[in-house]
Design a protein around this ligand. Structure first.
Ligand SMILES: Cc1ncc(COP(=O)(O)O)c(CNc2cccc(C(=O)O)c2)c1O
Length: 455
């Protein structure tokens, strides 16, 4: 399949003109870019014809799997009918309105409105402004501060990168912007010390209360958190965490924002992550699984409490994007959700392949280089450790994670590494045999780590 000239030519063109996200362009150009040409089911192929099992689902997002012709057909038909019109100036288009109805019908009884965006980052900036507008309309204009978590990820816009808790992002662009504060993440394995997970869950949650009291509840607009922190390493909170967060937000009258960009649309075995953990947010950004990545679309689910103020008190809400509610993206998202419903893929994650995946992942727990394995539905992580008993971390977690990831990719399985945690987020259609292949491949990479990386 390899056409060396064509491939190397494309790589050379890419090196000459394409600046990639989250990448060191010089290193990338030396290594050579991987040209992905096609995909089907859970597999992708690069330009050399190499086939990979994509156990990471693109970027956490290809929930229905690749090659869904019906999504392409839906987008094509809509594009021929009406390729674009805006939702400004009192307009909408049929797919946009129907998508708003469909998404809110899945979001629970108190989430009946959605604001559309093109991405999760734009959804973050949207709820950030809604939260402040809400409190101002209620006569509390000083409630502007937002609390987020270290190692959380909420996107790459200025507010998104500021609300995220990644220091290496803050250092680029003089972030965070003012008005944003961070508390620790509920990462028991790395930060729980000698506490039990349950005690640590309460301790981590109560950092929110301390921060609110430090800032003054009359100055705090909202708290944002991912049900499970994805890009931060699939940090699953102890069971005591979320109930305590809910208590604190209620007690101090702080809006609760649940970032559903990864956890939404079935990833945890429920339509939204907050349904899995049993809480109801005031605002919830969505993207990724909304369209399974087939076209860029995002949004913010808005609770009745907030929507009522936005509608009855605020009047003009001066925010929005050219492509907010884009009809072709909406048509693709509608077909994506139809597939999730018709094939009962969310139930499959909850009742079948999710439990199977958890069992397969647990088979790695005894490996001498594994500190913990965690999963909910079809999101999972394997924590690497230099010493099981002491939970000692490798000196260079990023390097170790990258080496293990590269071993897996060389063996034809795409996984993600965040530091020293190996992450999975496969399409919901993954078969049991493909789960076994992904786990076995990681197991071989762990053996390689044990036999080749000391310390
Ligand atoms: C929880 C969460 N919130 C917001 C965003 C921003 O969405 P957009 O990217 O569509 O603007 C995300 C995105 N998450 C994301 C995006 C790109 C790469 C990776 C990775 O883990 O390597 C993760 C996310 O995971």
């Amino acid at each position: 399949n390899e056409n060396p000239a064509a491939r190397s030519n494309l790589a050379a063109i890419d090196a000459a003109h394409h600046l990639h996200p989250f990448n060191d362009t010089k290193k990338l150009n030396e290594a050579g870019v991987r040209i992905i040409e096609r995909a089907e089911g859970v597999h992708i192929w690069d330009a050399t014809g190499k086939k990979y099992l994509d156990a990471f689902g693109g970027l956490w997002c290809v929930n229905v799997g690749y090659g869904r012709k019906s999504i392409a057909d839906a987008a094509y038909a809509q594009m021929q009918e009406l390729p674009y019109y805006n939702t400004f100036f009192g307009s909408t288009t049929p797919p946009t309105t129907l998508l708003a109805q469909k998404v809110t019908s899945l979001a629970g009884p108190n989430m009946n409105h959605v604001f559309f965006t093109n991405s999760g980052s734009e959804a973050t900036d949207t709820w950030f402004r809604i939260a402040r507008v809400y409190w101002k309309a209620l006569g509390k204009p000083t409630k502007t501060q937002v609390i987020a978590r270290k190692n959380g990820y909420h996107g790459s816009t200025v507010a998104g990168a500021s609300l995220g808790g990644m220091k290496y992002m803050h250092e680029q662009g003089n972030l965070p912007i003012e008005g944003i504060h961070h508390i620790n993440q509920p990462y028991w394995y790395g930060e729980g010390g000698t506490l039990s997970p349950d005690d640590f869950g309460l301790k981590a949650a109560r950092e929110l209360e301390a921060k609110i009291l430090e800032l003054g509840a009359d100055n705090v607009a909202a708290f944002v958190a991912e049900p499970v922190q994805g890009a931060g390493g699939v940090i699953v909170p102890p069971s005591t965490y979320w109930p305590e967060i809910v208590r604190i937000c209620k007690q101090h009258d702080i809006l609760l924002v649940s970032d559903e960009v990864i956890c939404g649309f079935g990833r945890l075995g429920s339509w939204f992550g907050y349904q899995h953990f049993g809480y109801e947010p005031d605002l919830a950004p969505i993207a990724k699984g909304l369209s399974s990545g087939y076209l860029p679309v995002g949004g913010v689910l808005v609770s009745d409490r907030v929507a009522q103020v936005l509608i009855d008190e605020v009047g003009d809400f001066n925010h929005g994007y050219t492509y907010s509610g884009h009809p072709v993206c909406a048509a693709a998202a509608l077909e994506n959700i139809r597939i999730l419903e018709e094939e009962k893929l969310v139930e499959r994650v909850r009742d079948d392949i999710g439990p199977y995946f958890a069992k397969a992942l647990a088979s790695l727990a005894d490996h001498e280089r594994v500190g913990e394995v965690v999963s909910i539905g079809l999101i999972g992580a394997v924590q690497l450790t230099a010493d099981k008993a002491s939970r000692r971390r490798f000196a260079k977690p990023d390097d170790v994670g990258a080496q293990v990831r590269n071993q897996c990719i060389a063996s034809g399985v795409i996984v993600r590494a965040t530091g020293d945690r190996m992450l999975f987020s496969p399409p919901f259609i993954i078969s049991r045999a493909e789960v076994d292949q992904a786990i076995e491949t990681l197991g071989q990479a762990l053996d390689w780590l044990r036999d080749n990386v000391s310390e």
